[in-house]
Design a protein around this ligand. Sequence first.
Ligand code: LLP
Length: 422
Amino acid sequence: MDSMLDDRFVLDDSSAVGLSEQFGTPLYVVSEAAFRARLRRYREAFSAAYPATRLSYASKANSILTILRIAYEEGYDVDVASEGELRAALLAGIPASHCHLHGNAKAERELDFALEQAIGEILVDNFRELDRLVSRDLGATKLMLRLAPGVDPKTHRAISTGQADTKFGFNIADGSGERAVRICLDNKLPLHGFHCHVGSQLLDPEAQRAGGAQIASFAIEMEQKHGFVADLLNVGGGLGVRYLADYQPMQAAEYCQLIVEAVLTHLGDRRPTLAQEPGRSMIAEAGVTLYRVEVIKEVPTIQGRKRYVVVDGGLSDNPRSAMYEAKYEVRAIASGETSLATVSGKHCETDTLFADIHLPTNLAEGDLLQVLCTGAYNASMASNYNRFPRPACVLVGLDGHAKVIQKRETWDEVFSSQVPPG
Ligand code: LLP
């Protein structure tokens, strides 16, 4: 069942049919072996490149509890971007001391909750948050400053976060980063170091390299000017994945080597712990989605005819096509001659999932489609738009057996927040 296509997890046809019959569609499927292999490979690559490293799994990519638990078992801390993600990590049995709280607008109650739980680290984004922290008992919680290094990554504009005008973090160039350091020092806050995350789905690592170099230089500048010695530098996540076979993300070993060199070049003889928090590159290629074709329709166009293949899901289980013009590889069980088709969802708007892709001409209503590389930012971004229940997710375990790790939502759950009128 657990096979690989150029290292991406793919179900063989009979397993795809079996799982769809047993669990229904749309269905997210994650391979435990593929996920663990990625987590291990990255951890080994990072430790081979540098002796003092720390990795966290960015839970926003997929925060199904079993997924979080596996990441933790493989030696990862968990990066959470909200109280909800922190609660997910705690429900997965991960100690708060191994969680790190992100967020560019943390509410008072989020900070209170995180501190009550004795969270390991808070990544401070702005002056208001610093103000709120100054008056609190931080216990054993450490602080990091999120910096905006002013590098512009080549990725979709919606997932680019390192540029100077980003909403995230303290700007280095305008002196905000330095002011934040001084506030920490003046108030004896437990500052440990600096963080940046420049963007996501980066196939060219130049931006992460530049981001790492910037925060390293900033760390040295803060030491020279204020005597602050950073013991942790975190360069975030961002490594791209193979949504299509011809995407060529850097391999973990080469990437970690490059990041470490970029940082060390600017650090003189300082040797802080280096940290990364990958999300997508850990889980995306370990997951697929199964859909059933509901309807096939041909419509006239100026050039001829267009074939629509309409599946039983769409925008609500994968909003990435609409939001980021994301591309995916789609496999059908039928084989033979192919022609162009547009796969769309069943939402009440033009929710094109995969435009102009090759699918067998004999594809029929009722057939299955398998979409590769959907482990990241699909389940975690799913919604109930048009009152669709969110899909189930099954994990193909190391023993080859599939078990449900997220149940399909029931109608009662879909309506659980509603107050009957009257
Ligand atoms: N650290 C921070 C502070 C982040 O903001 C992110 C992602 C990560 C780590 C993990 O980045 P990754 O390794 O997954 O690239 N919904 C979008 C992606 C948004 C990413 C937001 N931040 C998508 O579906 O493409």
